[in-house]
Design a protein around this ligand. Structure first.
Ligand code: GAR
Length: 204
């Protein structure tokens, strides 16, 4: 049987990467991580991958003259591994056209807000400062905009009066760790249909 091959793109701590690894190791998610790619050399996520004997690559932004050149290197690497799905997990670099068009409908991201509210950086801080009573996390397909692609799954999290950015981030992150493997599993099992920007899922 063909394995469903993932690439996970990371920049930092890698707790979402860990959640995907754990889900595979518990045999809840029938997939394998072929490669973990980082744009930061010392990302803790790379350590986590190595501990599970997953191949890692650091693509150094300093070695590429511009973002187009960087994207080409990234695209070539992803092609080399015949990847079925690319998962951005705390990847803090904007993907360029070449990557997005080459892997159309095959790139997903997790974001710590209920999109379309609070895209971009510091989503949890934006939510606190806006005074929303609920926030959450979103898994979505990646398109050419920032956190603007079709929404696959969301989880709602309450925001309490006593919350600050840290406590809200922690509550959202716990949910991210369930939501991301669940979304990957649904895609792997062909339970996600995309019509324009509307995602429907044939799960009961
Ligand atoms: C997660 O909260 C993820 O949703 C967020 O970065 C964190 C990465 O944590 N991503 C974004 O804000 C993307 N716009 P992790 O490295 O521990 O998975």
């Amino acid at each position: 049987m063909n394995t469903f091959k993932l690439a996970v793109l990371v920049s930092g701590r890698g707790s979402n990467l860990q959640a995907i690894i754990d889900s595979i190791e518990r045999e809840e998610l029938d997939a394998s991580i072929s490669i973990v790619i980082s744009n930061t050399r010392d990302a803790m996520a790379l350590q986590r991958a190595k501990e599970h004997e997953i191949k890692t690559i650091f693509i150094d932004p300093a070695k590429h003259i511009d973002s187009k050149d960087y994207d080409k290197a990234l695209t070539d690497k992803l092609k080399e591994y015949s990847i079925d799905l690319i998962c951005l997990a705390g990847y803090m670099r904007i993907l360029g056209e070449e990557v997005i068009q080459t892997f159309e409908k095959k790139i997903i991201n997790i974001h710590p807000s209920l999109l379309p509210a609070f895209p971009g950086l510091n989503a949890q801080k934006q939510a606190i400062e806006h005074g929303v009573k609920f926030s959450g996390c979103t898994v979505h397909f990646v398109d050419l905009g920032v956190d603007s692609g079709p929404i696959i799954l969301q989880t709602v999290v309450p925001v309490y009066d006593k919350d600050d950015e840290k406590s809200l981030s922690k509550r959202i992150l716990e949910q991210e760790h369930h939501l991301y493997p669940k979304a990957i599993k649904m895609i792997k099992e062909s339970k996600v249909n995309l019509n324009g920007r509307i995602v429907t899922s044939n799960t009961v």
